[in-house]
Design a binder for this molecule. Sequence first.
Ligand code: FE2
Length: 232
Amino acid sequence: MIFRQLFEPETSTYTYLLGCPVTQRALLIDPVASEVDAYVSVLKALGLRLFYTLETHVHADHITGSGLLRERLGSQSVVHQAAGTLCPDLLVSDGVRLQLGSLEWTVLYTPGHTQSCVSYRFEDRVFTGDALLIGGCGRTDFQQGNAGQLFDSIHQKLFTLPPDTLVYPGHDYQGQTVSTIRQEMQKNNRLGPGVSRSDFVALMDGLDLPLPKHIHAAVPANLACGKVDAAI
Ligand SMILES: [Fe+2]
């Protein structure tokens, strides 16, 4: 598979480009609106055509590039059926399998950070959005977040994958790029060995974090596939 990990520094967001080397068809996971020109350049340089943008969830910190990419390149926006977005092309649910050329992937419903979080599993790797981060996890105090549900999603859907599965998160704030299921099961501070469900719920419910800077603009815009005027 053709693979690139792309980074948006203002919100430390990772976007992933995956392409089929046979058909030259490609998809982007969690594209950011401000980076669309860069994605178009990378796709062009690699000779790829964009077919899908996959959202791991409705983001609160940045604006999705899915709408802009659809306008420019004709790609289709893929989100979970509980996302409540106004303009998806394809709604998915747990266990759905999708294919693009030689790329094949499975949707894993992993709610808890938000009600519509999914992870996407391709071959040897899983893209976990904000459900499972390297050494941590997404917060659970807005967008119908639920700490107990996140604990169950991670333990039942992600920690049951083969231990060598590569974990690619939606963000990293320390420059880490990739982990494995084994590493997270052994070393994740919030979810590693010895952390019970009730420990985790108490920890998450006590974080008391400030809201993301752009949440009041980003969530309405993202429900409209990145249309900024929807946020006014
Ligand atoms: Fe998020």
